[in-house]
Design a protein around this ligand. Sequence first.
Ligand SMILES: *[C@@H]1O[C@H](CO)[C@@H](O)[C@H](O)[C@H]1NC(C)=O
Length: 122
Amino acid sequence: MKFSSTSLLLILPMSTHVLGQNFADLCDNISLIEPYTLQADCLDGDGTHVQTSTIDLYACLGNANGMLKCLANGHFGESCRDCVLQDDTIFVCQCRNGHQQVARAFIDLNSCLNNGNGKLYC
Ligand SMILES: *[C@@H]1O[C@H](CO)[C@@H](O)[C@H](O)[C@H]1NC(C)=O
């Protein structure tokens, strides 16, 4: 089978847009201030002003059969606990799966969170 170069060019920019929000590129002092609340100091669009922003991860993450996923209003905290942040962006919890077993789950928050003009959102 042959793919034309035109169709490849159409596909690549779309996947670049969907993957990797990379909020951490322009944010510093990233930490959990409450079990499910992340805080960071983030640069705004023109790169000159820093503002402290917080985001409720309940609104951003879900637990899909024991795996953490980016999911709007995912309410992962109802079935995950003991969450910690590692290396600034790796969020690690103990999550329950469909068999009622609890196991380690993690997600790179760079794939879920955005920095919109200094404010975190998902
Ligand atoms: C990070 O925190 C330190 C210590 O509070 C502060 O001096 C620094 O300005 C913060 N970084 C940003 C980008 O705000």
